[in-house]
Ligand binder design. Structure first.
Ligand SMILES: [Zn+2]
Length: 108
């Protein structure tokens, strides 16, 4: 009779990490490399937030409704922001994926 005697020890790399808002740098490292999108209203960095990573309520600038926790969506910021990429990142918005794709370019 084979015995699987592997100790199921998983290293929890998240232990000790603060559960709430990390700084922008940490945030960026965690979120990884965004996709670039060039549009008539500017150059945008677009990141997909998975359902698992969506943990807060945001207001979608497209439809002004809330993006609920547990709903996969997009976080978007401006690469060519007036005050630089860092400012753009601070002003990032959470969009419903659908609202972003169908947005009008007039919102800013
Ligand atoms: Zn929306």
């Amino acid at each position: 009779m084979p015995r699987t005697n592997h100790p199921r020890r998983r290293r929890n790399s998240f232990s000790g990490a603060p559960a709430d808002e990390p700084g922008p740098d940490l945030d960026r490292a965690r979120l990884g490399i965004p996709q670039r999108e060039s549009a008539p209203d500017g150059d945008w960095a677009v990141r997909t937030i998975t359902a698992r990573n969506a943990q807060k309520v945001y207001t979608c600038p497209g439809c002004h409704r809330s993006v609920e926790p547990g709903v996969a969506h997009l976080v978007v910021w401006q690469e060519d922001a007036l005050f630089g990429a860092e400012a753009g990142l601070r002003e990032r918005r959470h969009w419903h994926s659908n609202c972003w794709r169908t947005r009008s370019y007039r919102y800013r």
